[in-house]
Write a protein that binds this ligand. Structure first.
Ligand code: IMP
Ligand code: MG
Length: 182
């Protein structure tokens, strides 16, 4: 299987690698300005968030640590339940937590995770998402750092997958509608 644009299932490139890199650098400098002198930990949810986090943390010129969670969600839409299949390695009590996400869609997953993390009493808790599919949002969720607003299309690349594949595309692309049916 070819991974690049010759794959006929890919419709078009929505965000090029260069556009993403410029936005990541910008988010990084805003985070540096806001978190200088604090005790920053970047957290993401495997596997999609890993790619953004890896680039973002290298544009943050501050001491920081990274930690990871993994989840599985089951059930449709608003009734969907989230189970943590891999928890953080370290406590976050008293630390400045930045939750790093590849994409926020309905917001239900992140809303659940934010509740779980808040119970652990971090000094602060904020969200940085690369992509925001905000027309689909079902819960009110403050987002401190946002890379791009994106349309209600199924996206792949830069961490986003369809059935586990396409995460390693260096850009974000839309698929033809018939490939992905909700
Ligand atoms: P939410 O709970 O609806 O916000 O779900 C967010 C999760 O859904 C993301 O972390 C992705 O795993 C997945 N997701 C949402 N939209 C897309 C997409 O366009 N492509 C790939 N995965 C997506
Ligand atoms: Mg995800």
């Amino acid at each position: 299987m070819k991974l690049h644009l010759s794959d006929s299932r890919i419709d078009r490139v929505l965000l090029t690698g260069d556009e993403i890199a410029a936005q990541v650098a910008d988010l990084g400098s805003r985070i540096v300005a806001d978190y200088a002198g604090r005790d920053l930990v970047l957290i993401t949810v495997l596997k999609g968030g890993l790619f953004f986090l890896a680039d973002l943390c290298r544009s943050i010129d501050l001491p920081l640590t990274v930690d990871f969670m993994a989840i599985s969600s089951y059930g449709p839409g608003a009734e969907s339940a989230v189970r943590i299949t891999k928890d953080l390695d370290d406590p976050i009590e008293g630390r400045d937590v930045l939750m790093v996400e590849d994409i926020i869609d309905t917001g239900l997953t992140l809303n659940y995770l934010m509740r779980v993390l808040r119970e652990r009493k971090p000094a602060s808790l904020a969200v940085c998402t690369l992509l925001d599919k905000d027309v689909r949002r079902l819960v009110d969720l403050p987002i401190e750092y946002r890379g791009f607003r994106v349309p209600d299309r199924f996206l792949v690349g830069y961490g986003l997958d369809l059935d586990g594949v396409w995460r390693n595309l260096p850009y974000v692309a839309t698929l033809h509608e018939e490939v992905w049916e909700r």
